[in-house]
Write a protein of this length. Structure first.
Length: 268
């Protein structure tokens, strides 16, 4: 039988993402749950495992409600102390907190600087000729939104994929990301696939098909901008081309995907 949520007074959201697991989150959860079971707190305290909380550098993490208390660098010893603090005293253990509501800043000893795309650089590229080029992000958290946006702002956008004729993005009727690794672009007659999710390291076929490099470029010869997708071995898997420098979808790319990076074509 599931928990009666109406009786639950505290909820602990334990991160069970990859970094937290590596840092020992499972032991932390087991310790907390054992304490709750043995102290007759099971029915009034809820524990939930979550995916990544977005604070991997502070792993293992958990969030406690009511309130908004974020804990960092947990261990089995610390979690018992924290559980007792919240349940018996309604009081957080301040020294272990990453953040609580009302703080202006989070407190982390392991803060990492945000990763930003590098400025566009000149390159005499084998495929594109003289161009300005930079790398964007290639995780599915960037690529899926990118393709959805292209579906919405398809004017002047063309997709190139080996073994296909150029496909105006207007012909793409839907973008579906429901399979484990594969993004599907559906036209009236075709399903064009790209592998965009993290794939198993030992599956070479998937590794070769996965987009691991995403490059944004301005090509001097054509005066066009575009996006080139490559696998991790440097093989081109596809390209998107924009018809003009002020193309709406390209502007989105520089604003969102490239975090307001400036493209100065006078450098060429
Ligand atoms: S895996 Fe736990 S915060 Fe990212």
């Amino acid at each position: 039988m599931g928990k009666n949520i109406a009786k639950s007074k505290h909820t602990f959201f334990f991160c069970d993402g990859g970094s937290c697991q590596k840092a020992g989150s499972e032991q932390v959860v087991r310790t907390a749950r054992a304490y709750l079971r043995n102290n007759d707190l099971w029915n009034t305290t809820h524990t939930i495992k979550t995916r990544c909380n977005g604070r991997c550098e502070d792993a293992p993490t958990c969030i406690v409600h009511p309130g908004e208390f974020w804990y960092k660098e947990l261990s089995p010893e610390k979690i018992t102390h924290i559980v007792k603090g919240h349940i018996y005293n309604d009081c957080p253990i301040e020294t272990e907190l990453l953040y609580k509501e009302g703080w202006k800043e989070q407190v982390s000893s392991k803060e990492k600087a945000p990763i930003k795309p590098k400025p566009f650089e000149f390159k005499a590229d084998e495929e594109l000729g003289d161009c300005l080029i930079t790398r964007g992000f290639s995780s599915d958290q960037y690529l899926y939104p990118l393709f959805l946006l292209l579906l919405e702002k398809s004017e002047g956008v063309t997709l190139y994929k080996p073994n296909y004729n150029p496909i105006p993005f207007k012909e793409i009727k839907d973008v579906v990301y429901s399979k484990a690794y594969t993004l599907e672009l559906l036209t009236n007659t075709d399903c064009i696939e790209f592998i965009i999710a993290a794939v198993p390291i030992d599956d070479m076929a998937l590794q070769k098909s996965k987009i691991s490099i995403t490059e944004y470029y301005y090509q001097k010869e054509t005066n066009k901008t575009g996006i080139r997708f490559k696998n991790k071995f440097g093989k081109t898997l596809g390209k998107i081309e924009f018809n003009a420098l002020d193309n709406k979808a390209w502007k989105y790319c520089t604003k969102i995907q490239l975090q307001n990076l400036t493209l100065d074509v006078s450098q060429l």
